[in-house]
Design a protein around this ligand. Structure first.
Ligand code: HEC
Ligand code: HEC
Ligand code: HEC
Ligand code: HEC
Ligand code: HEC
Length: 452
């Protein structure tokens, strides 16, 4: 397992950076409590004229970043409970709101009410939060380092358009991936990049080609951006923000083909099958973002002429930390025991999947080197074995044909599947089932013959 060692001095500086927002450093978080709640307008106000955009946003996770069940559970039942037992975490935990409900952060509410109380925290990442962002405090984009100028002017991608309700202002920054990175890159109190979607993008081919996040997540189409708009535009930005919660977005993100190295075998021979996995659709790694909880795994099975099915375990490549990339149900996430005050908690199954399959992941470890689901409690990362933008990974399967296999055609099927949250964690924390639905990403098939 590869550990990132950070010198104590650097760690202390980073801790301060992460925990003392608004001290004016480069890349510094937005100032806590710099505004009043009423400085920002409600999304329903914008709906009067921007109906399509409003309804798109309602459907996207942006509007649910505070009220969504799993977010509520992780924040209230795990993170806040943890902060009660370890007060050094208080800053980092109230920082959740800087991205998940920026209005609360900006208006100085440390712990907002639960969603059921119907406060304005429920607006999540709202229209007026995004359209009053004018800059970031410094480079890189990280930990909600937005600069807001709330008021009559709304900043976006059009020059010289007129609204009867507000002023409009063109702003180049809104059109850049760095704007998104403000909330899609996160460094935790240990100085670990626990979210780095924009940085992954910046290191990949799409940044070089100028393909910003918007091209894929806010695709453009002709139409009016407001029902009161004077004219149509050929390229209105659709506020889809579709990602892990849209099976259609995740489906096909990785393409997959496979072949055997030879086509004819006898019982007892070794078959070698190669699988190519190509990330042709995604501008960053898959999975990205909340990598601590996302799962992408490949399973191969063979069916012989008699209809018997066999599971093919993936070949080891021999890299450091590889055991984390092969499905296992060894006990994990023991740190939740401390957070929840349950002495002697022995952990729950790590992947909650059949064992022996390749799982493409970035493992998160706590201080004691145990797998964790809590990004704020992550002290080191393991080997990054996710599929990068336009990267192709090849997996090999070497399998000995059983001596008693009947002659005939053997069909080999591969399925690549995705899950937003580890099932064992969801069951332990009572997260509703839709969060652990299995999403098919792709599949492929090949064959070989068994001869006498
Ligand atoms: C009374 C109608 C009305 C209301 C209410 C309204 N808008 Fe607009 N808005 C417009 C019109 C009209 C335009 C210009 C459309 C065009 O011609 O492209 C516009 C343009 C915009 C633009 C594009 C600015 C640019 O320069 O690219 C943004 C962003 C925007 N509105 C945000 C908001 C937000 C946020 C709210 C709620 C706080 C809101 N609007 C409320 C009518 C409205
Ligand atoms: C996460 C930030 C974010 C949120 C939330 C958001 N927007 Fe936007 N909006 C953008 C960005 C970024 C663009 C520019 C897209 C581009 O240039 O590709 C934009 C563009 C616009 C435009 C101009 C569209 C065009 O191409 O003519 C309008 C109008 C607008 N937004 C209104 C709204 C309203 C109303 C809401 C809430 C219902 C909202 N936005 C929520 C980020 C956001
Ligand atoms: C003010 C902070 C903020 C900004 C700016 C922002 N986002 Fe987000 N975004 C979030 C949060 C918080 C969520 C997570 C919602 C959840 O699942 O709880 C999210 C969710 C998403 C998702 C959905 C992921 C999923 O799990 O389905 C996509 C896609 C996305 N954002 C893309 C973008 C793009 C593209 C931009 C820039 C145009 C952007 N975001 C700007 C905060 C932000
Ligand atoms: C070339 C198209 C493309 C570009 C560019 C792109 N994305 Fe994505 N994004 C996708 C696809 C496809 C998915 C679904 C697969 C997945 O979940 O990884 C996705 C998923 C996501 C998710 C959910 C990730 C997860 O696993 O929870 C987020 C958040 C996101 N994108 C944000 C961004 C941001 C921010 C940028 C810019 C820095 C960006 N995307 C650039 C195509 C793109
Ligand atoms: C720097 C901004 C930022 C901070 C700080 C942050 N988050 Fe998030 N969070 C996001 C974004 C963006 C996503 C969506 C990324 C993706 O789709 O993978 C997300 C996703 C999540 C999800 C998964 C949602 C889902 O439906 O799958 C949970 C739960 C969550 N965050 C809880 C927290 C908690 C608890 C904290 C504080 C300890 C926190 N977040 C701090 C930006 C942030």
């Amino acid at each position: 397992m590869r550990r990132i060692i950070i010198p104590v001095v650097v760690l202390t500086v980073m801790l301060n950076l992460a925990l003392t927002p608004g001290s004016g450093e480069k890349g510094e978080s937005a100032p806590f409590g710099a505004f009043r709640e009423n400085d920002f307008e409600r999304p329903l106000t914008c709906r009067q004229c921007h109906i399509d955009i409003y309804e798109q946003w309602r459907q996207a996770m942006m509007s649910q970043s505070y009220v969504h069940h799993w977010d509520e559970i992780e924040y209230f039942d795990l993170a806040l409970e943890h902060a009660k037992k370890d007060s050094s975490l208080e800053g980092a935990i109230s920082g959740c709101n800087g991205c998940h409900t920026p209005l609360m952060w900006l208006s100085g509410v440390k712990t907002p009410p639960r969603p059921e109380e119907g406060s304005r925290a429920n607006e999540g990442v709202s229209c007026d939060i995004c359209h009053t962002i004018t800059a970031r405090t410094g480079e890189p984009s990280v930990n909600f380092n937005y600069v807001n100028s709330p008021g009559k002017t709304k900043y976006a991608n059009r020059r010289g358009v007129k609204s009867p309700y507000h002023e409009t202002q063109y702003l180049e920054f809104v059109r850049t991936a760095e704007y998104c990175g403000i909330c899609h890159n996160e460094m935790n109190p240990f100085g670990i990049w626990v979210k780095s979607t924009q940085l992954e993008w910046a290191a990949g081919p799409y940044a070089k080609e100028g393909v910003q996040c918007h091209i894929c997540h806010m695709p453009r189409a002709p139409g009016r951006n407001a029902n009161t708009a004077e004219e149509e535009h050929p390229d209105v930005a659709q506020h889809l923000f579709h990602g892990a919660h849209d099976p259609g977005k995740v489906g096909g993100a990785i393409e997959m083909r496979m072949h055997p190295v030879e086509r004819e075998f006898e019982p007892g021979d070794q078959v070698v099958i190669k699988v190519q996995l190509f990330n042709g659709k995604c501008g960053h790694k898959v999975p990205s973002g909340s990598a601590e909880e996302r799962q992408l795994w490949l399973r191969l099975t063979a069916t012989d002429a008699a209809g018997r099915e066999y599971h093919l375990p993936v070949d080891r490549k021999g890299f450091e930390g590889e055991e984390q990339t092969i499905t296992s149900n060894e006990p994990a996430y023991q740190d939740m025991g401390f957070m929840l005050g349950r002495a002697g908690f022995a952990g729950i199954p790590r992947d909650a999947l059949p064992e022996g399959d390749r799982i493409f992941c970035l493992p998160y470890f706590d201080r004691e080197g145990r797998r964790t689901i809590a990004q704020w409690n992550t002290a080191s990362l393991g080997t990054d074995y996710r599929i990068g933008p336009r990267e192709t990974k090849i997996e090999t399967y070497t399998w000995t044909i059983p001596d008693d296999m009947e002659p005939g055609r053997v069909t080999v099927r591969g399925t690549l599947k995705y899950r937003r949250l580890v099932k064992s964690v969801a069951e332990f924390l009572k997260v509703p089932e839709d969060e652990t639905e299995i999403i098919p990403v792709n599949n492929a098939e090949t064959w070989f013959e068994v001869v006498d």
